[in-house]
Ligand binder design. Structure first.
Ligand code: ADP
Ligand code: ASP
Ligand code: MG
Length: 812
């Protein structure tokens, strides 16, 4: 004999009920089918009661909707010949319900008894309807055999009576017995009661245990018990086997797929449970039994679950230390007040005991304990009770954790890297569960990062926020879009662009934006933005494993990095402003990222996509010491010197650099050496020195006066220098020399200026807008290391930014 339970999710629609019919009718042994209310009806009944008891006539609309839903369903699923009988009976029940609501509306008083009566109609209606859908089904009324007694405010099953009545009722056992789940009645008064929300699972378990079923099958809307709630973690996957202990630990902590009390009756009788999907009956589901598989090393933990309704109460005081009986008094007081405690933590100093209760129980717990310890409080031995509300509890569960070192380390390390602080934690000596409490707003982030860290889900996710959709940002998005499938397939990395902002607007999507249409989306759905709003939105999303990518040239955006880093969001900057700002700010950003174990990367600040900073870092990390840096870092200036000829004077060469898009929109930023100075400062700092921009000695080739007026003035006047430059060029050409604008750093002293190089010098043959750097170190002293290549251009810069992003994901 089998017991099958179909939840509200399995009896919500016509199609699902027809699935249930098919599943049950193909079973060739006696079966008890336990049915929940139609999906969503229990919530609706409770909600409608609240509306009516407020004296709000709007309850009538809610009721009408429920009536219509049941009557329409009958027409769709019940064979035509039975329909009028079924409709008549259901209408009678619905009229009763309507009368109760009417009374409630008039009296405006909702007692527990009335609420329990109202909510019972959900299962009474659904079981009656479905008993007329499944061939040969015999309908039972669980109120006649599931008997409860009252303990505090809860209905507790009286097993002695219940077991006896079940045995009587189901002897002989019909082929198909149909039983409403959830509902019961009080043993003494006979009043309608229930087994608590989700209680149909429990009804089914009690029946299975009492009648020695071969298996309890729980049919729902997911393929089985999963590593985490699939509605929160999209990469959660089905666990094929669980032990009773593991299932108990997981569902006790919020895995709604099984109502927690369900486990014990079948566990006690060693009857296995299988979780199955009504919408995918071919899936094997999850098998839950006594057995626990040793050596299943797929993951040491089996699942993660959580409850977001948590309040921590702390009893503390130096007067507690070494005193026997304090904990006894705490828990006795809580029990006397019917308060359930689901996590306890006490430090070995015995200075305080912290426990977790539901938010609704917090005030009563504080009051009762303040009274219990009134004397100790008056004498200063114990402080007033403290309650911290709006927290969440998370548990990781698995019998393989036993005697496996490093699990707690991995767990707390993961949380630390995600910037989540643990407020309290508990692990019992059974080592099957580690629970911890965090702020509620971090719950989703915590679940995601732990899931990613413990379960080798098919892929790792990196969430990207991009500011700036100009040439570099635009190219970057194109490259990401192009590379996404390959990264997913070959490296198991999912790059999710979750936010994009340009100068006016921003868009966000937690699941990832469609990069084909981001421009239109920015225009149509984008919200107006300022840097502060952008920052607020990003922090509000509180998303794990995320990186902020700055492809702007804005100092306000650069000013946001510190906030992001402090919230454990890595930063990749093409923008040079932050790394070349004051040394103290540079150092603060670097240290913040180091402390938080995240990244602040800006490889493209110098030489676009050339691996200059990375190479220097590798040299230094392996014990080398950088003595000297010499380079040509201005693609624009180099282009100008390579272009000047007999026919092309300086002024025209500058114009050509601007037209080709090499220079900044205002070419004076390049010509004044400002850009090169920034780059040199960044490099010198990465080499271990501490220069400020003002410390760099400048030997400029265009007099200061040309930088003072407007840009128009500049274009009008710059030709005045053409002659002088042509003379110089001719003279140098005669000596086989060329001009280069060189940045140098030697032992921390920095300078930029023109240099004449002869044909043996590595800088002589530097084509177009290319960059070059010579790195002299203790190991590369006689022959410096040379890195050379494209030093400007959106495509290579975007590629450099992309490489920084990939290095955050830590894949190769
Ligand atoms: P039913 O109406 O069938 O009783 P429930 O809504 O009570 O269904 O339980 C099924 C739901 O439990 C799933 O849809 C899923 O969202 C949720 N759930 C939470 N945690 C888990 C988990 N670890 N594995 C599977 N489902 C889970
Ligand atoms: N219908 C009840 C509820 O929604 C019982 C159940 O579905 O298990 O809580
Ligand atoms: Mg359920």
């Amino acid at each position: 004999m089998k017991v099958l339970k179909f939840g509200g999710t399995s009896v919500g629609t016509v199609d699902s009920i027809l699935n249930v019919k098919k599943i049950v009718e193909t079973i060739d042994q006696p079966v008890i089918v336990v049915i929940s209310a139609l999906g969503g009806i229990t919530d609706k009944l409770l909600n409608t009661s609240k509306i009516a008891s407020r004296g709000d006539i709007a309850y009538q609309d809610e009721l009408d909707e429920m009536v219509a839903r049941h009557l329409t369903l009958i027409k769709d699923v019940v064979p035509e010949v039975e329909q009028s009988k079924v409709i008549e009976y259901v209408k009678t029940m619905l009229e009763e319900l309507e009368n109760i609501f009417r009374g409630l509306y008039l009296i405006k008083d909702l007692s527990q008894k009335t609420s329990d009566t109202i909510v019972s109609y959900g299962e009474r209606l659904s079981s009656y309807i479905i008993s007329n859908v499944i061939k040969g089904a015999k309908l039972y009324d669980s109120r006649q055999f599931i008997k409860t007694i009252k303990q505090f405010d809860k209905h507790i099953v009286d097993f002695e009576t219940t077991n006896r009545l079940i045995k009587e009722m189901f002897d002989p056992l019909p082929d198909v017995a149909l039983v409403p789940g959830f509902i019961s009645s009080n043993m003494d008064s006979g009043e309608i009661t229930n087994l608590g929300r989700g209680g149909s699972d429990y009804t089914a378990s009690i029946l299975a245990a009492t009648l020695d079923a071969s298996i309890l099958e729980i049919w729902t809307d997911v393929d089985g018990f999963m590593t985490a709630d699939p509605k929160v973690i999209s990469s959660a996957y089905v666990i094929d086997k669980l032990s009773f202990i593991e299932a108990m630990e997981l569902c006790n902590f919020g895995a709604r797929v099984i109502y927690p009390p369900t486990i014990y009756p079948v566990y006690h009788k060693n009857i296995p449970i299988r979780i199955r999907n009504t919408f995918n009956p071919a899936a094997p589901g999850t098998f839950i039994s006594k057995e626990h598989r040793e050596g299943d090393k797929k993951s040491v933990i089996k699942g993660i679950s959580s409850i977001d309704d948590t309040c921590l109460v702390t009893v503390q005081g130096l007067g507690m230390v070494g005193v026997i009986g304090v904990n006894h008094r705490i828990f006795r007081t809580l029990a006397q007040n019917g308060i359930s405690v689901f996590l306890v933590s006490q430090a070995s100093s015995e200075n305080n005991t912290t426990f977790a209760v539901k938010n609704a129980d917090a005030d009563l717990a504080v009051k009762a304990l303040n009274e219990e310890f009134a004397l100790e409080r008056a004498q200063g031995e114990i402080s007033d009770m403290q309650a911290e509300k709006n927290l969440a509890t998370v548990a990781i569960v698995g019998e393989n954790m036993k005697r496996t070192p490093g699990i707690a380390g991995k767990l707390f390390g993961t949380l630390g890297r995600a910037g989540i602080s643990v407020i309290a934690c508990a692990q019992g000596a059974s080592e099957t569960n580690i629970s911890f409490v965090i702020k509620r707003e971090y719950l989703r982030k915590a679940l995601n990062s732990i899931h990613d860290s413990f379960f080798l889900s098919e892929y790792k996710v990196l969430n990207i926020f991009l500011a700036g959709t100009g040439t570099v940002g635009g190219q970057l998005l194109e490259q990401i879009q192009h590379q996404q499938p390959k990264l997913m397939k070959q490296n198991g990395l999912k790059l999710n662009v979750v936010g994009i902002a340009n100068i006016d607007r921003m868009i966000f999507r937690r699941e990832g934006l469609d990069l084909n249409h981001y421009q239109q989306e920015l225009e149509t759905n984008g919200i107006e933005t300022t840097p502060i709003q952008l920052c607020d939105e990003i922090l509000k999303m509180n998303i794990y494993n995320s990186v902020f990518v700055d492809c702007t040239a804005s100092d306000e955006i650069a000013g946001l990095y510190e906030v992001f880093l402090n919230k454990n969001i890595s930063v990749v900057a093409a923008n040079k402003i932050a790394a070349s700002s004051s040394y103290s700010n540079y150092k603060l950003l670097k240290e913040t990222s180091r402390k938080r174990d995240i990244k602040f990367l800006f490889e493209t600040n110098v030489g676009a996509g050339l691996p200059i900073i990375n190479t220097m870092n590798s040299l230094i990390n392996s014990g080398d010491h950088i003595l000297k840096l010499e380079g040509v870092f201005s693609g624009t200036i180099n282009f100008i010197f390579n272009t000047i000829s007999e026919k092309i004077p300086l002024s025209k060469a500058i114009r050509m650099a601007a037209d080709a898009g090499y220079s900044e929109p205002d070419p004076r930023i390049d010509l004044s050496g400002k850009d090169v100075i920034r780059k040199l400062v960044v490099l010198a700092r990465e080499a271990g020195y501490k220069p400020e921009q003002a410390d760099v000695v400048k030997n400029l080739f265009i007099p200061d006066s040309y930088f003072k007026g407007s840009i128009e003035n500049f274009w009008e006047q710059i030709h005045q220098l053409d002659h002088e430059f042509e003379e110089k060029r001719k003279q140098l050409a005669f000596q086989n020399k060329r001009l280069r604008f060189v940045a140098r750093m030697e032992n921390g002293t920095c300078e930029v200026g023109l240099m004449e190089v002869d044909s043996h010098h590595p800088f002589y043959e530097l084509e177009g807008s290319n960059n070059i750097i010579l790195i002299t170190t203790e190991r590369y002293r006689e022959f410096p290391m040379i890195i050379k290549g494209y030093g400007a251009g959106a495509e290579v810069t975007a590629a450099g930014v992309f490489a920084d992003i990939i290095s955050i994901a830590n894949i190769r």
